[in-house]
Ligand binder design. Structure first.
Ligand code: ATP
Length: 711
């Protein structure tokens, strides 16, 4: 972008900042709402005895009943102490505009008692897990003490493997699933392994022994051979990867030089936990097990200046990307509007600009275009060469806008990492020195750009990829299963191992799934998934005429199964329901509540709920190191204004916090403590003040509930 064009990026856009958590050091400013905490105040996590939220008396912790008098005094003194327990006010006596939770309407829309119940269930579960874990550790300690010389009797499970002097033939892995292995069935390759690895730790050997032949072959393949493991669901991919990492460790590669990439943080922690249960927690901690994005983020932050950014660049999420796209279109429109040829080119775009709905659709379309361009690594020059002039211009404008705002988006993290590795030999050397072996999980989900990144990073060929072409679910995000083909071409001395034995499902399910997936045209080759498991029950297909009928059928079925005590797996905890849309989930939740069926919503879905995220953000604001993102989310939720006005306020706070290099909340305090402002109306200032007051009150109440629970 020329300097001239860059100058045309609207000041309003340039001033906006992403709404992503950006940790700031604890603000010691006297205005910080958390400052009111006393030395004797207790943190959230130190609650002695937990009272279920659903049972907490309303006048102690009910956001809807915050003290009116305290809120009313907001204008006089924001920092005034509010140590009075708020009382439940008679409905009529509460001035509506002062009750921020009801005024904003956000919590009304999404909040019901089920959320408190779900929080209680989650907390109960966590406490139960913790208690069970502690008990287990105690029991293991006792067993080790009493049976340290007795081989073949101790059952060892997660967290205790390292203390197992005499493991029996049957043992448990960290997942809790029993793996029955027989010493006499040791195959020759394992024997060979034993012979050639007399120094291999016993735990490693035992683990490798528990794998089947193909899994073991994969784990033990020479570490300099690029390895491709193609594996179906439940066939032991993770188990094999764990074995592979153990072999890398055994070959002398330091844990800190092994890089494992996964697609989710949940997968990363599962892998770390499994490795930790065999190689020890210290070793597992030293491994770098990361998602592509967090790994790339670190690399980009360390070399921000090479990317034309500071190391503290912003990361644009969906909303900010959309704004940048709109700005890119606006720039292009401005540029072309006086130009005849341009007007022809932009005809389609200009029409869209007149109608907000159409414009929104256009912005969405271009956002998708930019995302795909970035995932595939196409440049604007390439689009221009392909004759897509508008696409090339928008991509170019978008990139320049982000650069001028010191920002990157998620796709940039990967492409910038590729650029760092390919254009800066010193960065490549640094990475090559750092990562001596690489293991990639869910390879089918890697985009073209991610693959490029891996290829450069794995120039030493010590790379293992694990994936299943039948399970590629990220095509919307640029994932490209042609990566398997590229791997074969780029690493010609590769070895391919297929794991086709399913350990998780019954034969009926495996066969049904196989016959369905065979219709998938984009597969590596036809795969034959097998299982030794029993046939299990037949799959029942039931057609229901409405959602209610479907719900009733499922509920009856669950009650029928759970009352059949003679059957295995008859308890509620062994039943799962998958549904396509959140709204169907709600119908099930209501029905389960009515019929007193205990249930749990999948963790991620629960935490992703807008209201839950807002509550979590509110709770975070009571902690001293709360990030700006949480404050910004709370402001967004509590300001009882239209969306664009709310965003204008948040953008302004962000802008002031950037200029003054202070936290979001300090900037907000400065802005809203003014009686008049050139930017905001008096009523907007009042709303802002009230939000700050509400935050302060929440902080107080959390402390109060904390003390209440301790009594
Ligand atoms: N060789 C084996 N013998 C017995 N059980 C096994 C073996 N390999 C894996 N399993 C069991 O099969 C289940 C699935 O294993 P794992 O999680 O490693 O598979 P996966 O392929 O990663 O699964 P997913 O489909 O979730 O990706 C686990 O319960 C594991 O303990």
């Amino acid at each position: 972008m020329t300097e001239q064009r860059s100058g045309r990026i609207s000041a309003y856009f340039s001033s906006s900042k992403p709404i992503l958590p950006r940790k700031r050091p604890c603000d010691s400013s006297p205005r910080h709402p958390n400052r009111v905490k006393n030395a004797g105040d207790v943190g959230l996590d130190s609650v002695a005895e937990r009272v279920p939220l659903a049972e907490v008396p309303l006048n102690v912790f009910n956001a809807r009943n915050v003290s009116v008098s305290a809120l009313g005094s907001a204008n006089q003194n924001l920092c005034q102490s509010l140590f009075e327990t708020p009382r439940r006010e008679p409905e009529g006596s509460k001035p509506k505009e002062l009750d921020y939770f009801s005024a904003s309407g956000l919590l009304d829309d999404h909040f019901d008692d089920s959320i408190l119940e779900q929080i209680d269930i989650l907390v109960e579960q966590k406490s139960a897990e913790k208690a069970a874990e502690q008990q287990l550790v105690r029991r293991c300690d006792e067993k080790v003490l009493s049976k340290s010389n007795v081989a073949g009797e101790v059952s060892v499970s997660s967290g205790c493997d390292s203390v197992s002097g005499g493991l029996g033939n049957d043992y448990l892995l960290s997942s809790g699933v029993e793996l029955h292995t027989k010493q006499e069935e040791v195959d020759t390759s394992l024997q060979g392994l034993l012979n050639s690895n007399s120094s291999m730790p016993e735990e490693y050997l035992k683990y490798l022994q528990s794998l089947n032949d193909r899994q073991r072959e994969a784990a033990c393949t020479d570490i300099s051979t690029p390895l491709m493991i193609v594996a179906g669901p439940g066939s032991g991919k993770t188990s094999t990867m764990v074995g592979r990492v153990l072999m890398l460790l055994n070959e002398g590669i330091s844990p800190s030089k092994i890089l494992a990439m996964t697609f989710t943080t949940a997968a990363a922690s599962e892998m770390r936990e499994r490795i930790g249960s065999i190689a020890g927690k210290t070793t597992a901690k030293e491994l770098t097990i990361s998602t592509f994005h967090s790994f790339s983020l670190q690399l980009c932050r360390s070399h921000g200046e090479k990317l034309g950014r500071t190391s503290e660049f912003f990361i644009y999420g969906q909303g900010q990307q959309r704004n940048a796209i709109i700005e890119a279109i606006r720039l292009l429109e401005n540029e072309k509007s006086g130009n005849k040829n341009g007007a022809l080119l932009m005809g389609d775009l200009s029409n869209g600009l007149k109608d907000p709905k159409q414009f929104k659709d256009k912005a969405k379309k271009w956002q998708k275009f930019v995302a795909q361009a970035k995932a595939s690594g196409r440049t604007s020059a390439e689009y221009r060469a392909m004759g897509n002039e508008i696409g090339a211009e928008i991509l170019e404008n978008y990139n320049n806008i982000l650069k001028s705002c010191n920002a990157l988006d998620y796709h940039d993290l990967i492409s910038c990492s590729v650029m760092l590795l390919s254009e800066f030999p010193e960065v490549l050397k640094e990475c090559q020195d750092s990562w001596k072996a690489i293991v990639i999980d869910e390879f089918q989900d890697t985009s073209g750009m991610q693959y490029k990144f891996l290829k450069i990073l794995a120039s030493h060929h010590k790379i293992t990829i694990v994936g299943d072409d039948d399970q590629s679910i990220y095509s919307f995000n640029g994932a490209d299963i042609s990566g398997f083909r590229s791997f074969r071409n780029d690493f010609p001395n590769y070895k391919e191992i297929r794991l086709n034995k399913n350990y998780r499902s019954t034969r009926c399910i495996v066969e049904a799934a196989s016959s369905l997936i065979q219709n998938n045209s984009k597969r590596c080759q036809l795969k034959n998934v097998l299982t030794d498991n029993s046939s299990g029950s037949k799959i029942v297909m039931k057609e229901c005429h409405s959602e209610d009928a479907q719900c009733a059928f499922v509920v009856d079925k669950i009650l029928e199964i759970s009352s059949n005590h003679s059957a295995d797996n008859c308890c509620f905890g062994n039943i799962a329901i998958l549904y396509r849309r959140q709204v169907s989930g709600k119908a099930f939740q209501m029905a389960f509540r009515d019929r007193k069926i205990p249930f749990n919503i999948h963790g991620v879905a629960f935490y992703r709920r807008k209201v839950v995220r807002t509550i979590i953000a509110m709770l975070r604001t009571t902690l001293p190191d709360c990030d700006d993102g949480s404050y910004s989310r709370v402001f967004k939720a509590l300001l009882p204004l239209e969306k664009d006005k709310t965003m204008k306020i948040i953008d302004h706070i962000n802008k002031i916090s950037t200029i003054r290099k202070c936290s979001f909340v300090s900037a907000a305090f400065d802005i809203f403590s003014a009686k008049i402002s050139g930017t905001f109306k008096r009523s907007e200032l009042t709303h802002g003040r009230k939000v700050l007051m509400t935050l302060e009150m929440i902080s107080k109440h959390i402390q109060r509930v904390d003390s209440f629970c301790k009594l």
